[in-house]
Write a protein that binds this ligand. Structure first.
Ligand SMILES: C[S@@+](CC[C@H](N)C(=O)[O-])C[C@H]1O[C@@H](n2cnc3c(N)ncnc32)[C@H](O)[C@@H]1O
Ligand code: SF4
Length: 392
């Protein structure tokens, strides 16, 4: 891979994003637990799965416990599966956010959707409620890969969902893909990429299948099932990157592409260390220099909010140096990279930094540093954590 120059537009966007404030709302309910997923979810049949109304009330209660105003540029409803909720409940939560914090008139209001939940009626109700961006968990257009991933939708359902969203007038449609499942082949990945790009999404996210501890996938790999192959995944990313750029999708982060004007504000603001509030089980936020996390268990979350308490499981205040280091670590993911500054300079001078630079895992261009390949992002982040204040 050759070093592409850092585009001035992407640098300007990243700088702007650091001043945006955003909000995240976690909806943990899922029809069933996908074997690879370690997010805070409650699958149908598990305790609390039917108590969606009580959870929505708790979310609204938690929003009321946070202080405002905190004018918001981007809202993201994620999960879990937010589209398990009735549009009226989603609208109630959105109104609570707007009343408490204030929402920019052109704010990005995004929701993650599973294709099988989507219908013209549902899409129209969400548009009416104020949502203008939808992110579909498509993952693949190969039925065999979808079955391996335990997904409930068919390739045709995913295609229809995108078409319906387009007709309903969503400004930005995102397609999420997962690459490198052991049952995926080169031709099946090529066909997935082709079908995804033919739909003309304004935004595309693609993640290497990761074996997360404690999941069904990790248990089967431990018992001898094949694990995803890192070299194959690197090739899949390269072929996607080439195909996406050939139709005008610009990569603005290691796993994210968008047409001009459609980069995800919520994602950008969190990667640029903007402040954000977050609500729901397992949600974590960043405000006034403090990062805080919520409890993951549904019953504990609801009970704490009903008692009028913030349902925190922990928090830490980041001092000046930690903020700088975190900013550098997260900013490395961006195509714009991040200014080296004192942390980056110390990192590039360290033995590990020099090794990563020589191996072209990271790139240093015009005083900015970035990760060049997706699979090693976590490794680089861990290396940055070894930089101490004395090194700078
Ligand atoms: C947690 S899901 C929530 C959205 C929605 N419920 C869905 O499944 O599409 C958000 C995205 O994370 C990605 N994801 C989750 N677990 C992953 C894993 N173990 N490896 C790679 N990608 C993963 C998938 O692309 C998924 O669309
Ligand atoms: S991948 Fe999505 S649908 Fe599957 S369990 Fe995780 S959050 Fe739920």
């Amino acid at each position: 891979m050759t070093d592409r120059p850092v585009s001035p537009d992407s640098v300007a966007l990243a700088a702007q994003a650091s001043s945006w404030r955003s909000a995240y709302v976690h909806v943990p309910f899922c029809a069933r637990r996908c074997p690879y997923c370690d997010f805070a979810v409650v699958a149908a049949g598990e305790p609390g799965a039917e108590e969606t109304g009580r959870y929505v009330d708790a979310l609204i209660g938690e929003i009321g416990l946070e202080s405002g105003p905190f004018p918001i540029e981007a809202v993201n409803f994620g999960g879990g599966t937010p589209t398990r909720l009735d549009p009226h409940d989603l609208e109630r939560i959105l109104i609570a956010l707007r009343d408490r914090f204030g929402l920019a008139s052109d704010a990005e209001v995004s929701i993650e959707a599973n294709p099988e939940d989507w219908s013209p009626r549902y899409a129209a109700a969400l548009r009416e409620a104020g949502f203008n961006r939808v992110s579909f968990g498509v993952q693949s257009f190969d039925p065999e890969v979808l079955a391996y991933l335990g997904r409930r939708h068919s390739p045709d359902q995913a295609e229809r969902a995108v078409t319906v969203a387009r007709s309903a007038g969503f400004d930005t449609i995102n397609i999420d893909l997962i690459y490198g499942a052991p049952v995926e082949t080169d031709p099946s990945w090529a066909s997935t990429v082709d079908r995804a790009l033919t739909l003309g999404p304004e935004h595309l996210s693609a993640y290497a299948l990761t074996v997360e501890g404690g999941t069904e996938l990790s248990r089967s790999v431990r018992d001898g099932a094949p694990a995803p192959d890192g070299d194959v995944q690197a090739d899949r990313w390269e072929s996607l990157a080439a195909a996406a750029s050939s139709i005008g999708l610009v990569r603005y982060e290691i796993s994210n592409w968008a047409t001009p004007g459609h980069a995800c504000r919520y994602n950008l603001s969190t990667w640029a260390m903007g402040e954000f509030v977050a609500f729901g089980t397992g949600a974590h936020d960043h405000r006034d220099g403090t990062r805080a996390r919520n409890v993951r268990r549904l019953d504990a979350y609801v009970e704490r909010v009903e008692r009028g308490e913030r349902p925190r499981s922990g928090s830490e205040h980041l001092d000046g140096f930690e903020r700088k280091r975190e900013r550098f670590m997260v900013g490395l993911r961006l195509a714009a990279g991040v200014e080296a500054g004192s942390v980056g300079t110390a990192f590039l001078e360290s033995a590990e930094g020099r090794r990563l630079l020589d191996a072209r895992v990271i790139e240093s261009i015009d005083g900015r540093v970035r990760v060049g390949r997706p699979l090693l992002t976590d490794l680089v982040a861990r290396s940055v954590l070894s930089v101490s204040e004395e090194d700078c």
